[in-house]
Design a protein around this ligand. Structure first.
Ligand code: ZN
Length: 184
């Protein structure tokens, strides 16, 4: 419990100047908290290290934290999972997205859980807080991409896989309707 709250504290400070991309401009920390909540809801017996990694999953990618820093504050297991799910921001966006698909089958079980829950949260945001400036086409392409990343991660959690399928179906239904209305 202490380690988990320490991870929330660490992530809240790291993301303090960051907001989500939607019109609600939610504090960024709401996202990693949601990701860890999704994991524990679907997998109640999950190890604390994986929950900590879920809370910290964007601090390397977005905040410049290092694997060693996380290992020193937490442990190697937490640090390795966070590193596994971190994109290399030096690479162009399309290349990063392709790498997530290629890398997904090779992730550890803990990293697969974080990846899966992250996509449930991000696809869900396409209904509740759609990123500013995204059109229907872009949103539907995002869901297809997320589905491809999630495919090899499904084995780690039937519950999270079901959550993903339900939210992907809702998002597609809503935005395909919107697209038709816009087109017709
Ligand atoms: Zn994330």
């Amino acid at each position: 419990m202490q380690l988990l709250l320490k991870s929330v504290d660490f992530a809240a400070r790291a993301h303090r100047d960051q907001r989500r991309k939607g019109p609600a401009k939610e504090p960024y920390i709401n996202h990693p908290i949601e990701v860890s909540r999704l994991i524990v809801e679907c997998e109640p017996d999950i190890e604390i290290d994986i929950l900590c990694a879920a809370v910290l999953h964007d601090v390397i990618e977005d905040c410049g934290a290092t694997r060693d820093e996380i290992a020193a504050c937490f442990n190697d297991c937490v640090a390795d999972i966070v590193l596994e799910v971190s994109d290399d921001k030096q690479l162009p966006r399309d290349e990063r997205k392709a790498k997530q698909i290629e890398g997904a089958p090779h992730l550890s079980a803990g990293a697969k859980l974080v990846r899966l829950a992250d996509k449930v949260a991000n696809v869900g945001a396409m209904l509740t807080d759609t990123p500013i400036g995204w059109d229907e086409e872009q949103i539907l392409a995002y869901v297809d991409w997320a589905e491809a990343v999630v495919a090899p991660c499904r084995e780690v959690s039937g519950g999270l896989s079901d959550r993903f399928d339900a939210i992907a179906r809702d998002v597609r239904g809503f935005h395909e309707d919107q697209k038709e209305k816009a087109g017709g």
